[in-house]
Design a protein around this ligand. Structure first.
Ligand SMILES: Nc1nc2c(ncn2[C@@H]2O[C@H](COP(=O)(O)OP(=O)(O)O)[C@@H](O)[C@H]2O)c(=O)[nH]1
Ligand SMILES: [Mg+2]
Length: 422
């Protein structure tokens, strides 16, 4: 196990001077100078307002920003008794390494709760602090996942993969398994730190799915907290989500190996307790370029059809190849086909060696199909508001993934038999 510290020496000394904290609020950052000041101010206001008797420390764990992010954090005034620490973490560059340092700081300070919020948030309010920390501090939960209203074009990796697959595999409905804003107990953050995963994609954007999956499978108490709307610096999936997709899905598939015995025994799913009140708000619109996503799907098909031919079941392959002939205006990608595609890729990741493919090739090979499914989802949701989208698309897709779980089991075992297993 690798035990080196993710916190540089001078920051460790600073933490040792602070000595103790009850609640640590971690803020990972990488070039967020424009937005992080608001996040720091709001966090400080929230802890003082909602937990006046607790000792709070804000920990900014930065990825070596080239803008003024850390300067802004250090210059932002916070009320007493809030303490602030800002450092450039040590380790593989990525959000996961940033959080590793946050967890280490929380454990070093003996904090009973560690909450984390993103540095590009514009919709954060002081109440978020209460909503993320109170279930841990007052009610004994170990993991508080966020529950927010996001625009239908935001969170496409969540909606099309992370949520439906996590729910179908592990039987727990956590709507935002890679949300980014969350709370953890000391026991759970210590469990994360003890895992030998910090040289994998968990050190990057695999961190969120890792945290959620471990919390579910290692018997920790989980709830979701309603935070209202998530408004942050948005990314057009076609332009910027490629590396994140590979890191999230690679980690999701790797964890299917770890917890194979558990998910194979689970049928159906159960709701996760919810904390906080439902607010009726429409999140800010997020622009996406549907054509660019269809183009990525078509280009992927041209480049990757030999891989897709190995990974996909023959009838699934044929159905997918029929989609490349569709024009932009008629483009679709049925949910049931998408579920079988994802399950074929998950099973092929498991059996990569027997199939003569690399695991990372399998994960990367799914990415253009995700663009295809996302384009179709955007088209299907054209006239829908957030709630309609939630019910007609997200929920029904998640149900399809559950209903199709026998297909995954069959594919997982079928290849085992063909190739004698691994
Ligand atoms: N330290 C560090 N933080 C990062 C890195 N990449 C992203 N983050 C932080 O992680 C949070 C989420 O990143 P973001 O790009 O907004 O992802 P998304 O909102 O989940 O799509 C933000 O606070 C970022 O500043 C990185 O490489 N290093
Ligand atoms: Mg963001």
């Amino acid at each position: 196990m690798c035990m080196e510290s993710a916190i540089p020496d001078d920051a460790r000394r600073q933490l040792d001077q602070i000595c103790l904290a009850d609640v640590v609020v971690g803020i990972p950052s990488f070039n967020n100078g424009d937005t992080i000041g608001h996040v720091v101010r709001t966090v400080a206001e929230g802890v003082v307002k909602h937990f006046p008797d607790l000792r709070p420390v804000i920990v900014n764990s930065d990825g070596g920003s080239s803008d003024d992010t850390r300067h802004v954090v250090l210059e932002t005034e916070v009320p007493s008794p809030v303490e602030k620490v800002s450092f450039a973490y040590q380790g593989i560059p990525g959000k996961g390494s940033a959080l590793r340092a946050v967890f280490e700081a929380a454990n070093r300070l003996g904090a009973q709760a560690c909450i984390v919020v993103d540095s590009d948030l514009r919709s954060i309010t002081p109440e978020w602090i209460e909503l993320l920390a109170a279930p841990i501090v007052n009610e004994g939960y170990d993991f508080v996942a966020p529950l927010y209203l996001r625009h239908k074009h935001d969170g496409t990796i969540t909606n099309n993969i992370a949520y439906p697959v996590t729910r179908a595999l592990y039987g727990q409905r956590i709507r935002q398994p890679i949300g980014g804003d969350f709370g953890v107990s000391t026991e759970l953050s210590a469990r994360y730190l003890a895992s030998d995963v910090w040289h994998s994609d968990v050190a990057r954007f695999g961190i969120d799915i890792f945290m959620t999956t471990v919390a579910i499978n290692e018997g920790f108490n989980i709830c979701q907290s309603r935070l209202g709307a998530k408004i942050h610096d948005v990314k057009d999936p076609a332009a910027t989500l490629g590396p994140m997709f590979v890191q999230v899905v690679g980690t999701l598939f790797a964890l299917m190996e770890t917890y194979a015995a558990r998910w194979q025994a689970i049928e159906g799913s159960q709701p996760t307790p919810v904390y906080g009140k439902l607010e009726a708000i429409e999140p800010e619109p997020v622009a996406v370029t549907l054509r660019a996503m269809v183009d990525k799907f078509r280009a992927g098909a041209q480049r990757l059809y030999p891989l897709w031919g190995r990974v996909l079941a023959p009838e699934v392959f044929d159905e997918v190849m029929n989609l490349i002939k569709l024009g932009y205006d008629e483009f679709f990608f049925p949910i049931d086909l998408w579920a079988r595609v994802v399950y074929d890729f998950a099973a092929s990741y498991h059996h990569a060696r027997s199939l003569g493919v690399e695991r990372n090739e399998v994960v990367e090979g799914l990415s253009p199909l995700y663009y295809g499914r996302t384009a179709a989802m955007v088209a299907d949701a054209r006239d829908m508001n957030t709630l309609q989208f939630e019910q007609s698309i997200v929920e029904s897709q998640a149900q399809t993934f559950e209903a199709r779980k026998p297909y995954l089991l069959e594919r997982w075992q079928e290849v085992d038999q063909c190739f004698g297993g691994q």
